[in-house]
Design a protein around this ligand. Sequence first.
Ligand code: PLP
Length: 393
Amino acid sequence: MKLSCRASSIKPSATLAITAKAKKLKAEGKNIIGFGAGEPDFDTPGYIKNAVKDALDKGYTKYTPVSGIEELKSAIADKFLSDYNVGYEQSEIIVSCGGKHSLYNLFSALLNEGDEIIIPSPYWVSYTEIIKLSGGVPVIVDTSRNGFKFNLRMLESNLTKKTRGLIINSPSNPTGVLMDEKDITQIADFVKKKGLYIITDDIYEKIIFDDKKFFNALMVGKEVKENTVAVNAVSKTYSMTGFRIGYTAGPKDLISAMNNIQSQSTSNPTTFAQYGALAALKGGYDFTVMMRNEFQKRRDYMLDFFDKNIKSVIPVKPDGAFYIFADISKVFDESGNKINSSTEFCDYLLDKYLVAAVPGIEFGNDNFIRLSFAASLDVIKEGLNRIKEAVSF
Ligand SMILES: Cc1ncc(COP(=O)(O)O)c(C=O)c1O
């Protein structure tokens, strides 16, 4: 069938595909260890579920305003004020069906054919595809030689007349590395001068380890607000990935255009899910802190295990999120030409050792794999033992 050029140029999400394949093998009775998941393994807190039940009982099952209920947008505005000291009006906020949908609407509203968005690499798999779907051009900038940290020099040297802005995702999926405050500040000042946009994807902002501090462009100061578009979601912070609630705060014109696009596609995000998100945003961070502490224990266990037991797989130490991005280029050498790419390595792990991991090529770096630690410590231990065996050629 003749499909549109845009549809033909888009890849399916590799992370979702690997998670689905691992689930299928599990259902067939295989003892799979899943390092593929992009979602916390904790149950959604009870008070959030109860808020949804309550909303259903109250009959909140009809359309809401396209951009979301007022109470939720107020709670989002309160969050921006208390976290970053930046005020937003209702007209500067839109709630969408997950962070992914927020980004989709954002790039549809921002980009003309051929407009460029700079993406520090390695990057989350969907940025490139969403930008292409909007007719834009992703400009990939490798950060691996700078400790996976993007900086102003990299931005300047990739700037063209077509550049509209850049994405900052700190801590990042897949590396978990936090960008330096100094770099974000310099970039924000530059972006303001040039009339560009920083798209700050803060979805992992509350999952940060070792008492390190989150910093984003909005925290530079009110003067960069008009050049910053902040995307976030309740998905990872409260383990609510299935609710599909994300949100964007940005310049009024852009939010209004996103509203028009959303009004002609999904309309409002699911009504009762919005009430769950409202309860989440008003309910504090006790659950998130518990989850973060658990993730930190798992991260520390994994780093220690690699250090002591698997010399050929070298992890990047994540400052946040729940992934380990690990260099496997030594495995290529040691395998005696049996394994030459991250895809081959992940196929080998899944087929021979029933371990699911995501090939780094999907995030823009073929020398790496991504291991999610959104799994219990027992599962992680078993998985690491299998990887140890797998690389003992
Ligand atoms: C960096 C990043 N941004 C955005 C998202 C989208 O999250 P969701 O659409 O589930 O809210 C994800 C999910 O994996 C992510 O890793």
